[in-house]
Design a protein around this ligand. Structure first.
Ligand code: DQA
Length: 147
């Protein structure tokens, strides 16, 4: 099975973006770890990052019919985007919402998610490990023979 790993705006700057908040790992580090773990779990992993809402919608649409589920860190669009919510709903596929930081311990506007109530699971505050936990969870749903 194929899993899409989607990262939203400003996550291309990981490693240098407010490292005291977001840590030192780069997006390339996170994506290569996802591919490596995916291989162990029997999952193909395709990674997309964009700073543009419409491009994220296009990526989700493009995965329809090919992917078995998603790991989604929509970054700031988490808190604003009906379009991403609708695109994910249209796939009918399971996804895990991931945030590097504990959004609930931050500003009020980060407490609201347009995705959380339609997500299979939500992981926040585990840093880059959150992506690994999300992949393991998806593997248990879509590749149930591998633990
Ligand atoms: C984030 C949290 C969001 O509130 C923020 O806009 C981000 C990153 C996280 O991974 O912690 O860009 O999704």
């Amino acid at each position: 099975p194929l899993v899409g790993v989607l990262n939203g705006p400003n996550l291309n700057l990981l490693g240098t973006r407010q490292p005291e908040i977001y840590g030192r790992a780069t997006l390339a580090d996170i994506e290569s770890r996802c591919r490596e773990l995916g291989a162990e779990l029997g999952l193909g992993v395709e990674c997309v990052q964009s700073n543009h809402e419409g491009e994220l919608v296009d990526a989700i649409q493009e995965w329809r019919g090919r992917a078995a589920g998603f790991v989604v860190n929509a970054a700031a669009y988490t808190h604003t985007s009906v379009a991403l919510r609708d695109a994910l709903l249209a796939t009918g596929l399971p996804f895990v919402e991931v945030h590097l930081t504990n959004v609930h311990a931050r500003e009020d506007f980060r407490h609201r998610s347009y995705l959380a109530d339609i997500a299979t699971a939500v992981i926040a505050g585990c840093g880059p490990h959150g992506y690994e936990f999300a992949l393991r969870h998806l593997a248990s749903k879509v590749a149930p023979t591998i633990t």
